[in-house]
Write a protein that binds this ligand. Structure first.
Ligand code: MCA
Ligand code: AMP
Length: 490
């Protein structure tokens, strides 16, 4: 297999990474990551405290060069989530930016600082000039590259083990679909502990030999600034495009910047047609949607040379086999724009397993096809339209996948909560917003909305906190005692 990052081995002098005023060319990245990679050789598995910073990008590249599987950790993870990830993935070392105080679940592990500022190399050592980034032997295509934690309907998140061939095949298929080259400059503001921000947004440009500017945090002014000063592509979740659509009316500079971009890509959740239209009307540009999943990486996309069609996620990417399966388990052969089935996929883009969860891995496949749980129809020309999801207990909020059960368990541990149910409700900004339905232990003194949000953020993660809390005397239950969530929204 070709190395993951040919431009590093070639010591290209072109820009590679920029975070604020910190930047590296491919050759500088080869030195910094190469030095660190030598220190990582022999480690079993490393965790990285994935702040949206240069150190995270360098640390991940170093681990990939060294062939050491890397677990990106949300730096806003709460105690319970962090303890689970640390226990489940059992890293032998933690990488973090210098000066970061790690929480107890990680602080007990050996730590290595990734200090890439102004020629200081890693951990205070000067990088070795001419560091042979190409000198590391390329591991087997099946070797695990990344372990990315993703929520299910119940229980704690599972670690999806992503092999090297999944990364290369998905990034090369996207290059084909998007005509993505070394001349592209990407701008994004996504978190670096998920597939979208890390694999597509950082490893993608590096594999192409192009560059990426990360904004640190999303705002429309940063997007406008970068797209009007050389950036060619934007990756975002629908919430970001929604905020762009809202801002466009009063921001001609933003409209001009977007109009000049080569490609605007949205993914991780559905971009509402209303936002597609508003952006197209103000900028003349059509946002391209692509559809993926942590376990499968990217499955479909609207092609740069194809017809953009709002409300669709385009066609299967090169190498990806996609079928729709009806309730009886039979494949739907017609492309009629109306028969709904579950999307199942097969191809080199898929993960190998859920770490330590052979049961869950087995349940995720049927005859070698991965069940996505997403429901779709196919237009006569093959364009896929996602129409829903099998599991109502999975919520997509701000592009994050969140399991209702995980939040319910944590809410039930709060002393002020007797019963709890969690649902997703439509939200114009977040797509869905998390709603907690609570029967308080003491109705005369229920826990406040803020108290419950802080409790969930402290145990799980800030993005999993309920945005709305509704108080009830009892939860609606059927004869079997099961909570009837559909009745909640009555
Ligand atoms: C608020 N905050 C709190 C609390 N309340 N922190 C702790 N406890 C609390 N009670 C903090 C937050 O941490 C944050 O801090 C700030 O307040 C605002 O947070 P939040 O409300 O969550 O921000 P938001 O406005 O909802 O964020 C919108 C967003 C974000 C920026 C669009 O949702 C986002 O980055 N989404 C990207 C998700 C993503 O990458 N998904 C890809 C999954 P501060 O202000 O300091 O930040 S991969 C995938 O899905 C597949 C493969 C695919 O197809 O891509
Ligand atoms: P995650 O498990 O966080 O990787 O999220 C994967 C899920 O995000 C998929 O199963 C889909 O439900 C959803 N998703 C990703 N991209 C899109 C898209 N363009 N349109 C609709 N849903 C999407």
């Amino acid at each position: 297999m070709s190395p993951l990052f040919p431009a590093l081995a070639a010591r290209s002098q072109r820009p590679a990474l920029r975070f604020g005023d910190r930047a590296l060319t491919h050759a500088e990245l080869a030195d910094a990551a190469g030095s660190l990679a030598r220190r990582l050789a022999g480690e079993q598995r490393v965790a990285i405290w994935a702040t949206p910073t240069l150190g995270t990008a360098v640390g991940v590249v170093a681990a990939l060069l060294a062939g050491v599987p890397v677990v990106p950790v949300n730096p806003r993870s709460g105690e319970r989530e962090l303890a689970h990830i640390a226990r489940d993935s059992a890293p032998t070392l933690v990488l973090a930016e210098p000066g970061v105080t790690l929480p107890p679940a990680l602080a007990a592990l050996p730590r290595l600082d990734v200090d890439v500022d102004a020629g200081t190399g890693v951990d205070g050592e000067a990088p070795e000039a001419g560091s042979p980034a190409g000198a590391f032997p390329e591991p087997s295509p099946e070797a695990p590259a990344l372990i990315v934690y993703t929520s299910g309907t119940t229980g704690p998140p599972k670690g999806a083990v992503l092999p090297r061939r999944a990364l290369t095949s998905t990034l090369d298929a996207l290059a084909d679909a998007w005509q993505w080259t070394a001349d592209d400059v990407l701008v994004h503001a996504l978190p670096l502990f998920h597939v979208h921000g890390l694999i597509l947004g950082i490893l993608g440009p590096l594999r192409r030999g192009g560059s990426v500017t990360h904004l640190g945090r999303f705002d429309t002014a940063g997007v406008a600034r970068e797209l009007s000063s050389g950036a060619t592509m934007l990756f975002g979740v629908p919430t970001m495009y929604h905020r762009i659509a809202e801002a466009l009316a009063d921001d001609p500079a933003l409209a001009e910047a977007l109009a000049g971009a080569r490609l605007l890509v949205s993914g991780s959740a559905a971009l509402p047609v209303h936002d597609h239209r508003r952006i197209a009307a103000a900028t003349g540009r059509r946002v391209v949607e692509r559809y993926g999943m942590t376990e499968t990486l990217m499955n479909t996309s609207v092609r740069a040379d194809g017809e953009p069609r709002a409300g669709t996620v385009g066609v299967p990417l090169h190498g990806v086999e996609l079928r729709l399966v009806d309730e009886s388990g039979a494949a739907i052969e017609t492309y009629d724009g109306e028969s709904v089935g579950e999307i199942q996929v097969r191809g080199p883009n898929l993960f190998t397993e859920y770490l330590n969860r052979p049961d869950a891995t087995e349940a995720a496949f049927t005859d070698g096809w991965f069940r996505t749980g997403d429901m779709a129809i196919r237009d006569p020309d093959g364009y896929v339209r996602i129409v829903g999801r099998k599991a109502t207990d999975l919520i997509k909020s701000g592009g994050y996948k969140i399991g209702a059960g995980e939040i319910e368990n944590v809410l039930l541990e709060h002393s002020g909560v007797r019963e709890a149910a969690v649902t997703g409700e439509p939200d114009p900004d977040l797509g869905e917003r998390i709603v907690a339905w609570i029967v308080p232990a003491r109705p005369e003194a229920p826990p406040t909305e803020k108290e419950l949000a802080d409790h969930v953020a402290g145990q799980l993660a800030a993005h999993k906190r309920p945005r709305t809390v509704r108080y009830l005397d009892a939860l609606p239950r059927n004869d079997m005692g099961k909570i009837m969530k559909r009745a909640l929204h009555g």
